[in-house]
Design a binder for this molecule. Structure first.
Ligand code: PLP
Length: 470
């Protein structure tokens, strides 16, 4: 593409993006497509001849856009928010233009140092302990895998040194709650612990991990000659934003020399609000901690903030310096390729920096605070309507509810009625909500936090739900 053509097409593209952001509300939030529809509409073989940008934009509008779910739609209440914001989009465009590989300090000095600075800003914003050092990972799933690999490295060395155990890696055990994210199970398998080493700890009434049950499980394993290695606690579970109590869990971990990893993927952002910092009470016990600015903090996917206490343990696990990557500065700089799995790294710190500067901490706080207040309003409407019941506490932006059982109705029938309600509400394509199962009970989840959502959209969504029940 010739550079003047790039300039012209780029301006048009930004105009398209601005119009999309302005008008996304008018689009159906989910596409009307069946599996295979999009694939069938595209040529099976690549074009031999070059196509002009006009043709590409035309095909995008005709073939791709109608098959998209609009995560930036103000009626998006499904899963957790995955926010794109205009400042983050601008920074992503610059990142694309720079096209830098940020694997070593030398390959992009500003990218490395901006990552160090922005991660320290985040540490302060969340009031994490001073000893924590941050690095950006692509996703929480990767960060949790990194944590489990580091913990395994430490546990094998540590246990072998203390006990002289042979084959200690086959005796390591991992603990997490029944409501953990599936990425924990994945990481346990990928990091070589073996899924049979995973202990799922029982929950309290609010779906949070019970420290007494954790202690019991650890004691039982020690009595069997096993070596408890890692606890993964969740601050804000995916199902219902339950908050595992980090302080008692951390005290147990400290007593037994167990690595504590905290998965605060969604909820971590809320700790920028002083009134929500209780969710991280006891985080000083953690060896590693992850949260996703790419969920609720308005930074485009992907950007996971991973913090560790012991940088050396991370480096011992991931360092690899073949001759062709060595530079004269290696002894005095951070080479982030040694802080995780991948070698090549995107310049993710730029969008993080852009977003924090563009909104300011106060601007971000106002948005998160508003989302939490709206969730409280929805919880109030659920409580006030005798047809519904609230399924879990609402500490943040997620409301879990369902239709109550009618007289004589069994669990399967209530589940079916709630499944049908959600299907009908989503079929309007004006809003999009998702579901989970809490204690085997089908539960509708309404996660408030899409950037474009205003209170009127929340009110309209609830009115739609209530009208659908009618
Ligand atoms: N952990 C929790 C608690 C989550 O809610 C999620 C996603 O919603 C994840 C991990 C996975 O996040 P990622 O997509 O960044 O891997």
């Amino acid at each position: 593409m010739e550079i003047n053509e790039f300039r012209r097409a780029g301006h048009e593209l930004v105009d398209w993006m601005a119009d999309y952001l302005k008008d996304v509300e008018r689009l159906p939030i989910t596409p009307d497509v069946k599996p295979g529809d999009i694939r069938r509409s595209l040529p099976a073989s690549p074009p031999q001849a070059a196509e002009p940008t006009e043709q590409l934009m035309n095909d995008f509008g005709r073939l791709i856009l109608p098959g998209m779910t609009h995560w930036g739609h103000p009626g998006f209440f499904a899963y957790f928010p995955s926010n794109a914001s205009p400042p983050s989009m601008l920074a992503e465009m610059l990142t694309a233009a720079l096209g830098a590989q940020c694997m070593s300090w030398q390959t992009s000095p500003a990218a490395t140092e901006l990552e160090q600075v922005t991660m320290e800003w985040l540490r302060q914003m969340l009031a994490l302990p001073e000893g924590f050092t941050g690095v950006i990972q692509d996703t929480s799933s990767t960060a949790t895998l990194v944590a489990l690999l580091t913990a395994r490295e430490r546990a094998t060395g540590f246990a072998a040194a203390i006990h002289g155990l042979q084959g200690v890696e086959r005796r390591l055990t991992v603990y997490t709650s029944r409501e953990r994210h599936s990425s924990v199970d994945k990481a346990v398998r990928l990091a070589g612990y073996g899924i049979e080493s995973l202990r799922l700890i029982d929950l309290d009434d609010a779906y949070a991990m019970r420290p007494d049950a954790l202690e019991q499980a650890i004691q039982a394993d020690i009595a069997q000659g096993l070596v408890p290695a890692v606890v993964v606690a969740t601050t804000g579970t995916t199902g219902s934003t339950a908050i595992d109590p980090l302080r008692p869990i951390g005290e147990i971990c400290r007593r037994h020399g167990i690595w504590l990893h905290v998965d605060a993927s969604y909820a971590g952002t809320a700790a920028i609000l002083p009134e929500k910092r209780w969710i991280l009470d006891g985080v000083e016990f953690a060896d590693s901690f992850v949260f996703n600015p790419h969920k609720w903090m308005l930074v485009n996917f992907d950007c996971s903030a991973y913090f560790v206490k012991d940088v050396d343990a991370l480096l011992r696990t991931f360092s690899a310096s073949p001759e062709y990557l060595r530079t004269a500065h290696d002894a005095e700089v951070a080479n982030f390729r040694d802080w995780g799995i991948q070698l090549g790294r995107r310049f993710r710190a730029l969008k993080l920096w852009w977003v924090i500067k563009s909104y300011g901490v106060e601007g971000l706080q106002a948005i998160i605070r508003r989302n939490c207040e709206w969730a409280e309003s929805v919880a109030g409407w659920v409580r006030a309507d005798s047809r519904f019941e609230l399924m879990a506490p609402v500490p943040l932006g997620l409301v879990c509810f369902r239709l109550r059982a009618r007289e004589g109705e069994d669990e399967a029938e209530v589940n079916e009625r709630n499944r049908e309600l959600l299907a009908r509400v989503n079929a309007t394509r004006q809003v999009y909500l998702s579901h989970t199962a809490l204690d085997g009970r089908y539960t509708i989840r309404m996660a408030i936090g899409a950037r474009a959502t205003e209170f009127r959209h929340v009110r309209e969504a609830w009115a739609l739900i209530a009208a659908t029940v009618e």
